[in-house]
Design a protein around this ligand. Structure first.
Ligand code: HEM
Length: 206
């Protein structure tokens, strides 16, 4: 086995702050939405905590974004295949997760320093980080001060639309918090990818 440095420090710091923050936002979000069913803290405390953590994660997002924008590590997200080949590679990866893995077939993706993600990961992480996370933040900020942002709220169709988008994304991220660690546990060992997100180094066969 050889060790390859795949997750630089800023990405690791961003990732674990983000993961903890998302879990806290989901829990305080449940307390806010189901205040009559859940009584862990007061409604006011849950709203205040939710807002503070939300702002910290907005700032933390820029650690991830600026790191990739200003280093050559952005190559890990560059599509090196044509769209058709990328789609085929994603499909092969899906087939592996849904079927091949249970038959003991080898993972079609071979990891290296600039290919740390398989086609499916690179696509889903970009959709999540460049579309869904920013949309969650923008809708959250609009709901944070409806008076100040009344013009923007009206522009997007009113408070009901903004709130519905925020809640639908909350449902997506709640599912993601379970699906993402499960998929991350399907490396060469169960904890291989988790250790790599802590130490930065992934073990790869020579
Ligand atoms: C319990 C919470 C979480 C755990 C245990 C976890 C675990 C991991 C692990 C092990 C990796 C590296 C291996 C891989 O890419 O599959 C990873 C990467 C990643 N995770 Fe998570 N994660 C969590 C929450 C989140 C959340 C909430 C988000 C986004 C909203 C997220 C977004 C990402 C992204 C974008 C990467 C790739 C980072 C990069 O190298 O650019 N994760 N995660």
């Amino acid at each position: 086995m050889q060790k390859i440095y795949v997750h630089p420090l800023p990405v690791r710091i961003w990732h674990w702050c983000n993961a903890l923050g998302f879990i806290a936002l989901i829990l305080t979000g449940i307390q806010i939405r189901y205040a009559d069913l859940v009584g862990v803290m007061s409604f006011k405390a849950a709203v205040s905590l939710h807002n503070w953590i939300g702002w910290v994660l907005v700032g933390n997002f820029f650690v991830w974004l600026l790191f990739y924008l200003f280093t050559d590590k952005i190559r890990v997200y560059h599509p090196e295949l044509s769209p058709v080949k990328h789609f085929r590679a994603s499909f092969r990866q899906l087939q592996y997760y849904g079927y091949g893995i249970f038959k003991g077939e080898p993972n079609p993706h071979h990891l290296s320093a600039y290919h740390k993600f398989n086609a499916l990961q690179s696509m889903t992480y970009q959709i999540i980080m460049l579309l869904l996370v920013p949309l969650q933040f923008v809708t959250g900020i609009l709901l944070w001060d409806l008076k100040r942002f009344s013009g923007a709220v009206e522009f997007f169709g009113g408070v009901r639309v903004v709130d519905t988008v925020h809640v639908l994304l909350f449902i997506f991220f709640t599912a993601f918090i379970f699906a993402h660690p499960y998929l991350a546990s399907l490396g060469h060992t169960t904890w291989g990818h988790f250790k790599a997100m802590i130490t930065g180094y992934e073990d790869v066969e020579d």
